[in-house]
Design a protein. Structure first.
Length: 228
């Protein structure tokens, strides 16, 4: 049976999260007076990214919830036992700088346009619906997706099969009728395959080395792949 829908990851797949995060955090640290604490902006950004990976992994493993993984990141970064309201306020200030740098990748809208007449579209993200629905609206593409399904509300994160099955259910399609596109080879592509979907790894950095996965290096390659 042909593929009838494409489900998308958001961050670093259609939305340039890495650039926005780096640009926003650099501006935030300057405003907060924290650049000097780490010596250089590069060290501060490296520490922030490492903490993001660490606490996202805890969230994905079910060891903490959405709000507390964010608070724990802030506390570890500033080196202080902030109260929940203070940690939330710090992160909110960061978000202001981060959101000012939001942008889609240049190949996102052309890829959505190329598939608009042939496939249905939805989102599955290891984030929260509040964050990702708003992000898609600000970026002007929310109306491209029939459903936006997120881990914070589901209570399960990729690569668990339940997340992939939930977005298939939202589309009323069987897993074998759905392709999933994401930038992480294991969390996204392998997880999708193991859940019965067609998993596609968007390897923008051209890392390679995973011959068992279906791989593209840009979204301009997606429509020809699905057509084939």
């Amino acid at each position: 049976m042909p593929l009838r829908a494409v489900v998308w990851d958001i961050d670093d797949t259609i939305f340039d999260y890495a650039t926005a995060d780096t640009t926003g955090m650099r501006a935030h640290l300057a405003t907060e007076g924290l650049l000097g604490v780490y010596g250089t902006a590069e060290r501060a950004l490296s520490r922030w990214k490492a903490l993001t990976r660490e606490h996202w992994a805890r969230f994905e493993a079910g060891e903490t919830d959405w709000e507390n993984q964010r608070r724990d990141r802030v506390r570890a970064f500033v080196g202080s036992a902030l109260t929940d309201p203070d940690a939330d306020a710090w992160f909110t200030r960061y978000l202001g700088h981060y959101e000012a740098a939001w942008a889609l990748f240049p190949d996102t809208v052309p890829a959505l346009d190329a598939l608009a007449g042939t496939h249905r579209h939805a989102v599955l993200s290891n984030s929260s619906l509040h964050n990702q629905d708003r992000k898609l609206r600000v970026l002007g593409v929310r109306d491209r997706f029939e459903a936006v399904v997120c881990a914070a509300e589901l209570g399960v994160a990729k690569p668990e099969a339940a997340g992939f099955h939930a977005v298939c259910a939202a589309l009323s399609l069987a897993p074998h009728e759905v392709a999933y596109v994401g930038d992480q080879p294991d969390t996204d592509a392998r997880g999708a395959v193991e859940a019965g979907l067609t998993g596609i790894w968007l390897d923008r950095a051209e890392q390679g080395g995973r011959p068992e996965l279906t791989r593209i290096t840009g979204l301009d390659q997606l429509a020809p792949l699905l057509a084939g």
